[in-house]
Design a binder for this molecule. Structure first.
Ligand SMILES: [Fe+2]
Ligand SMILES: [Fe+2]
Length: 290
């Protein structure tokens, strides 16, 4: 039996009345990576086109039920404990392949995380959904770039094991959009800003300019993702009459935010909308633990 939410559906097959958030859920359920990236790109293009005509179908008020099979992902990579993943030197081609595979896994999860923000949280302004679908489309692009680079090395996504930490944070924060904004873009994606420069430097040192160029594209876009997270975090704090700094500390403790470790990409974090007090607190916390 086929239904609006069947995993085999492409977004194009959804009835128009299903709305774009339902289409995002359908894309999230898609298990095949290529079909998922194509569904996201098609949905994003469709929403941009319709929005230009002033014709939006986010269906913000509608509560959608969470299906049991989230997220859609292929059978491989085999999920493993983060501790069991080996670190390898980036000076060898094999080490770089393992790194690019880890990056592909992060980007694949990032598509799912962004799609989840679109479908799960009702009652937000249309701009919230448009922002997170744009993020999903950029993550799909990142995933495609990294997957192509893996193919250059004779590999594909799924060839190595990977951990499930990113989706676990998504599940932990599924009951509150404020917690989601606090923990996913402002912690997980912001950590990506910090991680990028040293990895890029090592790739360049190893002569892998093409992979380094992909990291440049990803970093540029990720600043925008964190900025979107900061914007909606502050919007929600405002709406609930919360002080953003106090709310952040409370949420970080309640949801067991991973500790932030330096060195921080202060410039990227600043352009992503972290304010000076937040940056100072981050640096002080890191220094206190050394
Ligand atoms: Fe990304
Ligand atoms: Fe991102």
């Amino acid at each position: 039996m086929s239904s609006v939410f069947s995993a085999a559906d492409s977004t194009q097959l959804l009835p128009a009345h299903a709305g774009w958030r339902a289409a995002a859920l359908s894309a999230l359920r898609e298990r095949d990576p290529l079909a998922k990236t194509e569904a996201v790109a098609a949905l994003h293009a469709r929403t941009l086109d319709a929005a230009r005509r002033g014709d939006a179908h986010w269906d913000a008020a509608r509560l959608l039920d969470a299906p049991a099979d989230l997220p859609g992902r292929p059978d491989r990579p085999e999920p493993v404990e983060p501790r069991s993943l080996q670190r390898r030197s980036m000076s060898t081609p094999q080490g770089r392949v393992v790194l690019m595979h880890a990056l592909a896994h992060i980007e694949f999860n990032a598509i799912n995380l962004a799609l989840d923000a679109v479908w799960r949280f009702s009652g937000m302004p249309d701009a919230f959904y448009a922002d997170w679908l744009k993020v999903a489309a950029e993550e799909a692009y990142h995933f495609s770039l990294v997957r192509q680079r893996l193919a250059d090395y004779g590999h594909d996504y799924g060839d190595f094991p990977a951990h499930n930490g990113l989706w676990e944070m998504c599940e932990r924060t599924c009951d509150d959009v404020l917690a989601r904004m606090a923990l996913v873009p402002r912690v997980l994606e912001a950590r990506g800003l910090d991680a990028s420069p040293p990895i890029r430097a090592r790739l360049t040192q190893a002569g892998d300019r093409e992979s380094a160029a992909i990291l440049d594209i990803i970093l540029r876009d990720e600043v925008g993702h964190v900025r979107i997270g900061n914007h909606w975090f502050r919007f929600l704090c405002d709406q609930r009459g919360l002080d953003p700094h106090a709310a952040w500390l409370e949420l970080a403790a309640r949801y067991h935010a991973p500790k932030m470790r330096g060195p921080f990409n202060v410039e990227a974090r600043r352009s992503a909308g972290f304010d000076e007090a937040e940056l100072d607190a981050l640096i002080a916390q890191d220094a206190a633990e050394k």
